[in-house]
Design a protein around this ligand. Sequence first.
Ligand SMILES: NC(=O)c1ccc[n+]([C@@H]2O[C@H](COP(=O)([O-])OP(=O)(O)OC[C@H]3O[C@@H](n4cnc5c(N)ncnc54)[C@H](O)[C@@H]3O)[C@@H](O)[C@H]2O)c1
Ligand SMILES: NC(=O)c1ccc[n+]([C@@H]2O[C@H](COP(=O)([O-])OP(=O)(O)OC[C@H]3O[C@@H](n4cnc5c(N)ncnc54)[C@H](O)[C@@H]3O)[C@@H](O)[C@H]2O)c1
Lengths: 206, 206
Amino acid sequence: ITTDDKVTRLLRYRSAVRRMKAMGLSRVYSDNIADATGVSALQVRKDFCEEGVRGVRRGGYLVDSVLARLEEVLGKDTTCVFVLVGVGSLGTALLKYDAFAHYGIKIVAAFDVDPAKLDARAPIPVLPVKDLTNYCRTHHIRYAIITVPEGAAIEVYEALVAGGVKGILNFAPVRLRSAGGVIVNNVNLVYEIEQLVYFVKHARSK
Amino acid sequence: ITTDDKVTRLLRYRSAVRRMKAMGLSRVYSDNIADATGVSALQVRKDFCEEGVRGVRRGGYLVDSVLARLEEVLGKDTTCVFVLVGVGSLGTALLKYDAFAHYGIKIVAAFDVDPAKLDARAPIPVLPVKDLTNYCRTHHIRYAIITVPEGAAIEVYEALVAGGVKGILNFAPVRLRSAGGVIVNNVNLVYEIEQLVYFVKHARSK
Ligand SMILES: NC(=O)c1ccc[n+]([C@@H]2O[C@H](COP(=O)([O-])OP(=O)(O)OC[C@H]3O[C@@H](n4cnc5c(N)ncnc54)[C@H](O)[C@@H]3O)[C@@H](O)[C@H]2O)c1
Ligand SMILES: NC(=O)c1ccc[n+]([C@@H]2O[C@H](COP(=O)([O-])OP(=O)(O)OC[C@H]3O[C@@H](n4cnc5c(N)ncnc54)[C@H](O)[C@@H]3O)[C@@H](O)[C@H]2O)c1
């Protein structure tokens, strides 16, 4: 059985090896993967050995065989369909980010409460938030991204859960809890900055 | 001596109690802090006890005394001055985010390679990236945010390090390494989504 920490590492290896493949590499070494993911080369070799990723005699691993084995272990990578709620400055940046498609991440619809933002005929339609629950239910949406202001996050979360959504990426600085089969990943950019600042200030004293 | 993990928790407690104070609360309980930060109430009480945050007789903690003690432990919160490099869709969203100011985070200048984006008279001036190293050196900039495309991230990183910057928040999907007294925090939104998707897919089997 794969532990959560190992899964996180395997996902990073897959992401790194895919990028290497996109650069034209056909063979990779544990040192390359270590540099790209921040995991030690020893840990990479150990994980690969445990998960049945075989190396080649002359050293290193074949890109295609690493990816094939990781697909078996992590599950076939199907396209994941997301909705996004809150088409403000952060939501708009995420809607424009076409690199998501390389990773099988597809945003199919967005929702907002501001009538000026609504546009049902846009490539990614922007629909009224009052239709959110129904839309998720009829389209069997499993994933959502929340980029609404702090004060609206909980009501949007509840509307998504009512629509059957199972995985939520939340950017509002309010912690939404994973409960009842719904998993929430809270990304708090302020925490990221506060942590950076603390460790810079205290790095000198180490 | 405070470990890294405990520091991360204390930063979260401070952030949560500040938000509670902004809501008008004068007293908080370990359960509130546990809900807001995702740490167990027991761990909150243990950390507070170890760091000398005193509770009150009738239960809970006074907001002002928690914040005063955490300021002593974590260091006085001075305003942190940042530059941002790469004024594209993500960079623009971060420049517009006025909540950073509540946490003492101030972006004073931005840089880009595209002449159409330059505007030295904007509230946050957008300057040519060729001036980045000099600007950081003459203004004693210690922190930077990188929101340039993947291919430009390493050269921007090197220009920042040459300018004396000590802490970098990197959004480009390339891992920049902390080295030589410079600390880099890599935020990879694709990893966040991949991890969410994996745990939703595998949640059912638990
Ligand atoms: N912009 C950033 O760089 C940044 C950084 C960190 C965190 N965040 C967080 O991300 C969230 C979005 O930030 P932003 O800067 O894009 O804000 P914004 O104000 O630009 O956009 C918010 C959008 O949400 C919409 N909205 C409000 N209530 C809604 C509701 N009930 N249902 C649907 N839509 C609703 C608004 O109409 C608006 O379009 C906020 O919670 C913010 O704290 C933003
Ligand atoms: N937009 C998103 O939602 C999102 C999500 C995850 C990660 N990212 C990452 O964040 C970064 C920025 O993404 P974006 O969507 O804002 O891209 P973008 O193309 O909209 O913006 C990039 C900006 O960087 C500038 N630039 C390019 N080379 C530069 C250099 N050498 N020096 C200074 N400026 C330079 C460009 O002129 C442009 O203004 C990318 O690395 C991207 O992979 C973006």
